[in-house]
Design a protein around this ligand. Structure first.
Ligand SMILES: CC(C)(COP(=O)(O)OP(=O)(O)OC[C@H]1O[C@@H](n2cnc3c(N)ncnc32)[C@H](O)[C@@H]1OP(=O)(O)O)[C@@H](O)C(=O)NCCC(=O)NCCS
Length: 406
């Protein structure tokens, strides 16, 4: 018996999909995670592949809003979970799921999709590109103190209990995500998993929520744990931080590096332009301990995507796009923007200035990857001298794209 063609998954497939994902990732889904998958199945964008009655591959997707470089929001399809049973790998199940998912999304008028990749080698072949990047940091508390000039914050930092935290954090993240390209909305049913500490009750570290309040408004939060006990080195581990203004950012990082009885502040994945470095008396107290890719994008309808984003300069560039998985994107496209921010993206027969694949276009889309870097790496071809730099000038995005809620 061979694997069937992908079919749409429904909530009734919940247990079968959970079993496939658990086998695929070799880990158990806790109830909060399983509930989030079940809720996504209700949206009708998820797919399964069966072998007989057994679900052997599952792609779970739901709708989110993605912030574009102009800070407008665009509807995006987010692939949250994707796995093939270890017993059914390398037989084309992922390829079938991906082809069906992109085809279905295109038919339904979706222009863009987003995911977080478990391995960076899987998705470029399907036209996905890493559009945001992350860094994780360690701040040595022994040499870390805030610059005297660090702006005194008008508000206060308070610790929130889980109940109030779950009531206020979603609105803060929702406001914060609109301030940076690459951010996506988070579904309400995903919050319990974010707020719950991992591990069992005995071994789980304490998870705290520090909130920054000004005039009764919560303008930012830092979700953190304190790890290590007894003689062990204790570290503050920042799980997630979202702020709607600079005062909240300064106050929360000041708070985190000031927690007594800890040796260091260690962050999870954060933006590559994290400002905390510039808040420290001794910038060397901060060490970048890792970097990675963040949000991977797939431009399902490249023309719509290119039309919808804002550009940072007036100009024109002609791209030749190759896209085997979504062939409607193939061809030569002129992007022309004027000083008022009006953009025209049209098919053209003019000579191509830049030639690139769908994966490279997706990587460039938010301005988080440079065309000049991809040119140096041979990933884009520059047919007109200076065109890659011109494209970078058009695509430039500040602040650097980042995605908190993947
Ligand atoms: C990654 C995974 C989904 C691939 O599924 P699969 O059904 O074995 O993949 P396919 O047989 O359809 O392979 C499609 C292509 O991807 C390639 N590929 C598959 N897994 C890959 C990997 N981990 N790294 C790089 N390439 C990979 C295959 O070689 C094949 O390439 P080709 O067609 O150009 O020759 C599966 O191995 C899995 O479930 N892994 C564990 C969970 C996971 O990592 N999920 C991804 C979450 S983002």
């Amino acid at each position: 018996m061979t694997e069937g063609v992908p079919r749409r998954a429904a909530p009734g497939d919940g247990e079968a999909v959970r079993s496939c994902l658990e086998a695929g990732f070799s880990s158990r889904y806790d109830d909060a995670r399983a509930a989030s998958v079940l809720a996504a199945l209700g949206e009708g964008a998820s797919l399964v592949v069966e072998h007989g009655a057994l679900v052997v591959g599952a792609l779970v997707a739901h709708e989110v809003e993605l912030t574009l470089p102009c800070l407008d929001g665009m509807r995006a399809r987010c692939v949250s979970d994707l796995a093939v049973r270890p017993t059914h790998r390398r037989r084309g199940v992922l390829r079938a799921l991906m082809g069906a998912a992109l085809g279905q999304a295109h038919e339904q008028g979706e222009a863009i999709a987003v995911l977080g990749a478990s391995e960076a080698g899987i998705y470029p072949r399907f036209g996905w590109g890493a559009a945001t990047h992350t860094a994780s940091y360690r701040v040595d508390r022994r040499s870390a103190s805030l610059l005297a000039s660090a702006r005194p914050s008008p508000g206060t930092v308070a610790l929130l209990e889980p109940g109030p935290a779950s009531a206020v954090l979603p609105a803060v993240l929702d406001a914060a995500r609109r301030r940076r390209a690459g951010e996506i909305s988070r579904r309400p049913d995903a919050w319990p998993e974010v707020l719950a500490a991992g591990g069992d009750r005995q071994s789980a570290p304490c998870r705290f929520v520090a909130a920054y309040l000004d005039g009764g408004q919560v303008e930012g939060y830092a979700l953190y744990e304190v790890r290590g006990a007894g003689e062990e080195r204790r570290e503050v581990v920042l799980v997630e931080c979202a702020t709607t203004g600079d005062a909240a950012y300064v106050a929360l990082f000041g708070y985190l590096v000031g927690i007594d009885l800890t040796d260091a502040l260690r962050t999870g994945e954060r933006p590559v332009d994290e400002p905390v470095r510039h808040l420290l008396d001794d910038p060397r107290a901060l060490e970048t301990v890792g970097t990675s890719d963040g949000a991977w994008l797939r431009l399902i309808d490249a023309r719509t995507c290119l039309e919808r984003r804002g550009y940072s300069a007036a100009g024109r560039v002609v791209l030749e796009v190759h896209d085997a998985t979504c062939p409607w994107n193939e061809g030569r496209w002129s992007i022309e923007t004027d000083a008022d921010g009006e953009t025209d993206v049209t098919a053209t027969t003019d000579p191509a200035e830049i030639e690139l694949g769908a994966s490279e276009l997706a990587a460039l889309y938010l301005g988080g990857t440079r065309a000049t870097s991809l040119r140096s790496a041979g990933r884009v071809l520059e047919h007109e001298r200076g065109a890659a730099l011109r494209l970078d000038t058009l695509l430039y995005c500040d602040p650097v794209p980042f995605c908190t809620a993947l």
